[in-house]
Unconditional design. Structure first.
Length: 498
């Protein structure tokens, strides 16, 4: 086949990748963006299969069959809550592929590898190998097979930086003399070790950033593979993946007030491990779904703060139904979405979109944080770290410095979770013990279904009572003064103006 045709396929694929990536800018266009990128990938594969260097297809078919079966099983059986781990392991597979291609090319051509080719190969295997183990470590931490908190030991920075310097030294030595085969494999080994050491001291609020960074490394390794084997579409796709992942990690670092150096170089500036204090007994206010429904019935303004627990409980439909019921009662309802809520970037947006919650109801911290103090109820659904005031005040906390949602400033804070256990960062949350906080223990979905049922019954009763009294109300809301419930924390339940 005329080689110009490969370029046509590759050019079309590159255009589709770029437009697909642009589509991911907004939840409205994200689905279309994904389809475009998928079409681009299909064209890139077809274009590559048409190349005359490919003389046999049987091994490719075996690979495609096994890969498709594994990919389909992962997509079908892995729950949404395990998506971050799935992404981490996919980065590891991508990096493994890039590293193996690099090793194969080196094995085939050494010692006759020119300096430019060796530079591309060096980048490919070094970035690839550290991404393999770094992503496996991230998978282990997210799957809770390894401690999720930072693992810190003495001279950690010195060890990591020395190893890094050694790997770079070997890389330079190979550019000078590509025939030094043992140095090549030692560099691969050093890369694998660096991946482990880089992710070991990262935990808590830095995990989302490190995931984006590993994505970037896998992309850059793929771009280097493209240079090494002379494949333009791999260069374009890898560069897009690499740079977008890098920008995403920088933006997330900035949004969360984390040190980017900390994430890039592991323990540099990592939070100190927490010291165990004496056991302290504190009390919390425990409410039932009935109490919660009573307070929500009266609220004029509600901000819902979803978190990882909403994903675990699969409570997004129940949350959406509650929002609809409250809106029907005439309350103002908004959602406050923290950039790292859940376990992957955009986790809450995806779930709420699945439940058809309108985008106009979703607000980022900067847009909504000042409004909490004038809000009747902050309803925290399975969120913990993203509303933990320790991020503001507790300097030895892994959360310290991360901007949080100001749920604690609302008149009443209602927290739906199963226990007082801490969230991902392992930090106790003082919000649960505040006077204005009511804990409604239980699975978030079950609690919300109970609350929704009570609100529906209440609305039905109000409707029936108005119909029997012949009273017309445009929105079916009864305006009654509300008495304080004895023994409960003070709640501000204002009457809506008639
Ligand atoms: P979180 O701090 O992990 O807390 C989630 C809470 O949900 C837990 O405290 C848990 O408490 C509760 N929960 C679990 N299952 C539940 C259920 N069935 N019903 C009700 N509650 C349930 O979550 P977050 O506030 O969303 O914060 C996210 C954390 O993950 C941050 O530390 C972030 O840095 C980290 N992280 C984020 C990403 C990302 O990209 N978004 C990636 C990796 C890590 P109980 O066990 O008591 O129910």
């Amino acid at each position: 086949m005329n080689t110009a045709w490969f370029d046509v396929f590759y050019l079309a694929a590159a255009i589709l990748f770029i437009t697909g990536l642009k589509g991911l800018n907004s939840p409205r266009t994200a689905r279309r963006g994904l389809f475009l990128a998928e079409a681009g990938m299909a064209l890139a594969i077809i274009g590559t299969l048409l190349r005359h260097e490919i003389v046999q297809f049987q091994w490719i078919l075996v690979g495609v069959t096994i890969g498709s079966a594994v990919g389909a099983a992962m997509a079908i059986f892995m729950p949404m809550t395990a998506m971050p781990q799935r992404i981490a392991i996919s980065h590891s597979f991508g990096a493994l592929a890039a590293t193996l291609v690099g090793i194969a090319v080196y094995h085939e051509h050494a010692p006759h590898v020119d300096r430019i080719e060796m530079t591309a190969l060096g980048f490919e295997v070094l970035l690839g190998s550290l991404t393999i183990t770094g992503s496996l470590m991230a998978f282990g931490k997210l799957q809770e097979l390894l401690p999720g908190t930072p693992v810190i030991y003495r001279f950690q920075n010195i060890v990591t930086l020395t190893l890094f310097a050694l790997a770079v030294g070997m890389f330079i030595a190979l550019i000078v003399d590509a025939g030094a085969v043992p140095v090549f494999y030692a560099m691969v080994g050093a890369g694998l070790l660096i991946g482990v050491l880089l992710v070991l001291p990262i935990g808590g609020a830095d995990m989302p950033v490190v995931l984006a960074l590993l994505n970037s490394y896998a992309g850059l390794a793929a771009a280097a593979t493209g240079f090494a084997i002379g494949n333009t579409v791999l260069i374009v796709a890898g560069a897009l993946d690499g740079t977008s992942g890098f920008f995403l990690s920088m933006m997330m670092s900035r949004a969360m007030n984390r040190s980017f150096a900390n994430v890039l170089f592991g323990a540099v500036g990592a939070a100190k491990p927490q010291t165990q204090g004496g056991v302290e007994t504190r009390t919390v206010t425990h409410y039932t779904p009935e109490d919660a429904a009573f307070i929500l019935e009266q609220a004029q303004s509600v901000i819902i703060v979803p978190g990882y627990g909403m994903a675990v409980a699969q409570a997004q439909q129940a949350v959406a139904e509650l929002a609809t019921l409250l809106l029907r009662r005439g309350a103002q309802v908004r959602f406050a979405i923290h950039p790292v809520a859940g376990r992957m970037p955009g986790h809450m947006n995806v779930l709420l979109a699945e439940a058809n919650v309108g985008y106009e109801l979703l607000f980022e911290p900067d847009q909504i944080n000042d409004d909490f103090q004038a809000t009747d109820v902050a309803l925290v659904v399975g969120a913990n770290d993203v509303v933990n005031p320790a991020a503001r005040t507790k300097q030895d906390s892994p959360l310290y410095g991360m901007p949080i949602l100001n749920a604690d400033q609302a008149h009443t804070v209602m927290v739906l979770k199963r226990s007082l256990r801490p969230g991902f960062a392992g930090e106790d949350n003082d919000l649960f013990y505040e006077r204005q906080t009511m804990m409604v223990f239980g699975d978030a979905k079950a609690t919300l279904i109970a609350i929704n049922q009570l609100l529906k019954e209440q609305a039905h009763d109000e409707h029936a009572s108005m119909a029997s009294n012949g009273v017309a109300s445009p929105n079916g809301v009864r305006h009654e003064p509300v008495a304080d419930v004895p023994g409960t924390p003070p709640t501000t339940v204002r009457q809506r103006p008639a």
